[in-house]
Design a protein around this ligand. Structure first.
Ligand code: BG6
Length: 519
C-alpha cells in the first residue's frame, strides 16, 4: 500500500469495528493516587475523557483523585484545562458532562484514618451513582509509596472482592529498582492483592503500533516464515527522545535510561518482536512466550552494554529550527557531578533456535537527534547474489532489505528493497514501500493509556506486565547495573545534546562490523 492509498476514512474504521470490540466495563469507581501529579493531568484524565467520549465507559462511573495537598477547589478546573490542552474544545458539552463524575479527596498516604474516610466516600458514591462496589485503584505515585498505599488499602479491607464486586490495582512502572527490590515490592503487593487483581502498566504495550507487531508477524504468511536467523541478520530497536528530563531530576537521578526505558519499555517491545507464536492471544499465552524469550537472553556485560550522558548542545525546537540545550548535570535538582546515564545501548543475544546468531541492538536516550521509536529488521542478502549494488551515485551505500516498524511518530511500516533503476543496465537502487496509519485509517492516537485503562477496567491482563517477566527482566539488568555502579564513568558527559549518543554506542556495533541505521 502506498501513501496515496487512503483505504479507510475514520467513519469507515468505526463502521468496520466489530461490535465485539465495543467492550464496556461494569460500573466502577476509579481512584487515582497522586492525582496532583503530571501523569494524571497529561495522560490519565485525557485518556479517560476520550474513553467517555467514545462511549466506552459505563454510565455509572466516577473518578476520585487522591493526593496529600488539599486541591478540592482547583482539581476539577485543572483537569478540565489538562483535557483541553490535550486537544479537546473547551466548550465541548461532553467535557462538562464527564467532569461531573470527577471529584477529589485529600489524605496523607500513611494516614489510616484518611483511608477509612476514603472508604466511606467510595461507599457514598456507590449509593449515589450505582457503581456497585467495583474499584480500580491507580497508583500514579512515586515508587517509594507503592507499598504503603497497598498496605493501607489492605488494612481497611479495600482490597477485598466479593462475588458481585471486583477490585483491581494498577501500578505504574518502575516496578522496583533492581531484582531484590522488585521481588520485595511484588511480595508486598501480593500480600494484599492477588496476581489477577494486579495490573502492572507499561504504556508502550498500549500503543497500537506495538500491539500490531504481533499481528504483523503472526497474521501474515508473508513475514512469519522469514522471521528467524536464517533470513534476518540483525534487529535494531531505538527509542530516541529529543527532550531532556523535563524537570524530573529527583526521579531520573535514581532511574537513568536503563531503569526508565530499557528494562521495561524496550524489553516489552523486544518480547513482541522475538516471541514464538503464543497458543492464544490471551494473557497466559503471551506471558508464557514472553517469559521464554527473557529467559533465553544471554547475560549482559560491560562488553555488550554502553552508557552515556548528555552534555550541552543544540536540539530541535519542534518548529524546524534548533535551540540551545543545557547539559544533564546542569538540569534542575540534578547532582552537578551526576553519573546517571541518560543513554544506554545493549547488544542482546537470544539463545533460541529462532534467534541463534542474530544480535538485537537496543538503544534509548534523552536529548538525541529527534524523537523516534523504531524497530529495524535487517534481512540477510539472498544466498546467491547475481546483482551488485550501485558502486557510486545516489543509489550507492544505502542498505536494502529492511523492514522498519515505526512505533512513533509517523506510525507505520516501511519496506526497503532493491529495485532495478529504469535504465538500460542493471543498476540496483533501494526503494521504499510504506504503509502509514494516518493515510490508511485517517487518525491515530498515540496515548496508550486509553486502551490499557479500558483493559484494566475489564480485567484483561494481556497487555500488562506480569510478576514473573518483570523479575526476569530485572535479573538480566541487575548485574550490569551493579557493575556500572561499582565503576562510575569518568567520561560523562560523553555526548552532545542533539547528537545520536556516545561514540561507544557506535563502537558497540562496529565490533560486529555493523552500524546503527539512521532513523
Ligand atoms: C516514560 C519515561 O515511561 O516514557 C519517560 O519515564 C519517557 O522518561 C516516556 O519520556 C516516553 O514515553 P513515550 O510514549 O513518549 O515514548
Amino acid at each position: 500500500m502506498s501513501n496515496s492509498d487512503a483505504v479507510m476514512t475514520p467513519d469507515q474504521v468505526q463502521a468496520a469495528t466489530p461490535s465485539s470490540a465495543n467492550r464496556t466495563p461494569e460500573p466502577l469507581v476509579m481512584v487515582i493516587f497522586a492525582a496532583s501529579g503530571d501523569l494524571t493531568k497529561k495522560k490519565l484524565l485525557p485518556a479517560l475523557f476520550h474513553l467517555a467520549e467514545s462511549g466506552l465507559l459505563p454510565k455509572e462511573f466516577a473518578v476520585v483523585g487522591v493526593a496529600r495537598r488539599d486541591l478540592s477547589a482547583t482539581f476539577v478546573p485543572d483537569m478540565k484545562k489538562a483535557i483541553v490542552d490535550s486537544g479537546t474544545k473547551e466548550d465541548d458539552p461532553k467535557l462538562d458532562e464527564f467532569l461531573k463524575q470527577v471529584s477529589y479527596f485529600t489524605t496523607n498516604f500513611d494516614d489510616s484514618a484518611g483511608y477509612a474516610k476514603l472508604k466511606e466516600t467510595l461507599a457514598g458514591i456507590d449509593k449515589n451513582k450505582g457503581t456497585k462496589g467495583n474499584r480500580l485503584f491507580y497508583l500514579a505515585v512515586a515508587p517509594e509509596y507503592f507499598e504503603e498505599i497497598v498496605d493501607k488499602l489492605g488494612e481497611q479491607g479495600m482490597n477485598r472482592e466479593d462475588k458481585d464486586a471486583t477490585v483491581r490495582v494498577v501500578i505504574e512502572k518502575p516496578f522496583g529498582h533492581d531484582l531484590d527490590s522488585a521481588r520485595a515490592l511484588n511480595d508486598a503487593v501480593a500480600k494484599v492483592f492477588a496476581e489477577d487483581q494486579t495490573f502492572r502498566i507499561d504504556h508502550y504495550l498500549g500503543k497500537e503500533t506495538v500491539q500490531n507487531i504481533l499481528v504483523f508477524r503472526f497474521a501474515n504468511a508473508l513475514f512469519e516464515p522469514i522471521w528467524n536467523g536464517q533470513y534476518i541478520d540483525n534487529i535494531q530497536i531505538t527509542a530516541a527522545e529529543s527532550i531532556g528530563i523535563e524537570g524530573r531530576g529527583p526521579f531520573y537521578e535514581k532511574a537513568g535510561a536503563s531503569r526508565d526505558i530499557l528494562q521495561n519499555h524496550m524489553m516489552e517491545m523486544l518480547s513482541f518482536v522475538a516471541m514464538e507464536p503464543p497458543a492464544t492471544y490471551a494473557a497466559q499465552g503471551i506471558l508464557e512466550e514472553k517469559t521464554k524469550v527473557f529467559q533465553a537472553i544471554q547475560p549482559l556485560t560491560t562488553d555488550t552494554a554502553v552508557r552515556g550522558q548528555y552534555g550541552p548542545g543544540q536540539v530541535s525546537d519542534g518548529k524546524g529550527g534548533t535551540e540551545a540545550a543545557k547539559a544533564y548535570r546542569e538540569e534542575d535538582r540534578v547532582d552537578p557531578h551526576s553519573v546517571t546515564e541518560t543513554f544506554a545501548a545493549v547488544k542482546l543475544s537470544i539463545d533460541t533456535p529462532r534467534w541463534k546468531g542474530v544480535p538485537f541492538y537496543v538503544r534509548a536516550g534523552k536529548r538525541l537527534g529527534k524523537r523516534v521509536t523504531e524497530i529495524v529488521i535487517a534481512l540477510k542478502p539472498p544466498a546467491k547474489q547475481i546483482f551488485t549494488g550501485a558502486k557510486d551515485g545516489p543509489c550507492a551505500g544505502i542498505p536494502t532489505d529492511q523492514i522498519r516498524i515505526r512505533i512513533q511518530p509517523d506510525e507505520g511500516i516501511t519496506f526497503i528493497f532493491g529495485n532495478k533503476l529504469p535504465t538500460p543496465d542493471t543498476t540496483i537502487c533501494p526503494v521504499q514501500s510504506r504503509f502509514n496509519y494516518v493515510d490508511a485509517f485517517g487518525k491515530y492516537t498515540a496515548n496508550g493509556y486509553e486502551r490499557l485503562l479500558l483493559d484494566a477496567m475489564l480485567g484483561d491482563a494481556t497487555l500488562f506486565s506480569h510478576r514473573e517477566a518483570v523479575e526476569i527482566a530485572w535479573a538480566l539488568y541487575t548485574p550490569l547495573l551493579q557493575t556500572w555502579a561499582e565503576h562510575p564513568p569518568t567520561d560523562f558527559p560523553n555526548y552532545a545534546s542533539g547528537s545520536w549518543g556516545p561514540k561507544s554506542a557506535d563502537e558497540l556495533l562496529a565490533k560486529d562490523n555493523r552500524s546503527w541505521h539512521a532513523v
